[in-house]
Design a protein around this ligand. Structure first.
Ligand SMILES: Nc1ncnc2c1ncn2[C@@H]1O[C@H](COP(=O)(O)OP(=O)(O)OP(=O)(O)O)[C@@H](O)[C@H]1O
Length: 294
């Protein structure tokens, strides 16, 4: 079921078009990563979806009764409040009945790993703790749709992994749309990729679909020594790039065929092979290609 549908969404600031003719849909229970270079229009898009910014034109349709949670890129916490006080306030503002606000806040703080510091002032919190608190305030009312603007970009790798794991554990009950600069994280949790540039959607699809579109089939063969690699590169008829003691072959053939041919060639002539692998483009490589090419 489609939980949110965006059609021809546009936001102008005077002459500047921050978001242009953006259309996409979110299916219930899925995770969508919104990626794109600085200034692409990600924050503007999420702010319009969260209802904080009025669109210049276009439409946003979603089931309002399912509830929406929003984590802004730079959430503001009142430093003199304890985490629990802040959460109770956030819970009430999000429509949690006041008699349930305390218990719901405690439960959510526990869920994001802040249970033991619930009575500490938020002003004393580290970046990672603040990010967890930001996530907690976004989910305290158990929304069906969660919008997160750069939920992990300010964190170290451990913190990022923890937050991503928390987000994954919300699925499939929650539909998540999040922007990120950390493409490795986007690869970990995404059913759909939306790639924005200059306010426009320039690529979208599942991770597999996008990868396939940009895949340049290559086979990488690692040798014990650079000399062995060079000898092999000189013997093959395919385009070959040397990379230290490895050779990368660009072979434009269907799936297994290329690999079979390479293995046959290796069995014939080569010494010192320590590994053979089919390479697929990483999201980072695709990002650079898309961002550089348009
Ligand atoms: N209030 C504003 N007034 C004028 N222009 C704005 C305003 N807010 C954003 N913009 C412009 O709109 C464009 C999109 O900005 P936005 O913050 O949405 O990008 P972003 O993809 O979130 O970037 P980042 O990854 O750096 O957060 C940028 O060119 C920005 O300068």
């Amino acid at each position: 079921m489609t939980i949110l549908e965006v059609r021809n969404l546009t936001k102008r600031y005077g002459e500047q078009v921050a978001v242009k003719d953006l259309s996409f849909a979110l299916e219930e229970g899925t995770a969508t990563a919104l990626i794109g270079p600085n200034g692409a229009g990600k924050t503007t898009t999420l702010s319009m979806l969260a209802g904080l910014l009025r669109a210049t034109s276009g439409s946003i349709n979603w089931h309002r009764e399912s509830g929406v949670g929003f984590l802004p890129q730079h959430p503001h916490f009142f430093p003199w409040m304890t985490a629990l006080e802040f959460m109770e306030m956030a819970a009430k503002l999000s429509g949690v009945h006041s008699k349930n606000a305390l218990s719901q806040s405690k439960k959510t703080l526990e869920f994001v790993g802040l249970g033991s510091v619930q009575n500490k002032k938020t002003g004393t919190f580290s970046g990672g703790m603040k990010q967890r608190l930001g996530l907690a305030q976004a989910i305290v009312h158990e929304p069906k749709l969660l919008l997160l603007d750069e939920p992990v970009s300010a964190l170290d790798p451990t913190g990022r992994r923890e937050i991503m794991d928390l987000l994954k554990s919300l699925q499939p009950h929650t539909t998540v749309l999040y922007s990120t600069h950390i493409l490795n994280d986007a690869e970990q949790m995404t059913d759909q990729l939306l790639f924005m540039q200059h306010g426009k959607l320039v690529e979208h699809g599942s991770l597999g679909e996008v990868k396939e579109r940009y895949a340049e089939p290559r086979i990488r063969i690692r040798f014990q020594t650079a000399r062995q690699a060079a000898v092999f590169a000189g013997q093959v008829s395919w385009p070959a790039d040397l990379d230290g003691s490895a050779v990368e072959l660009a072979i434009e053939e269907e799936g297994d065929t290329a690999m079979k041919k390479v293995l046959a060639k290796l069995a014939d002539t080569s010494e010192g092979v320590v590994g053979v692998e089919q390479k697929t483009a990483t999201l980072e490589e695709i990002f650079i290609k898309v961002a550089g090419g348009k």
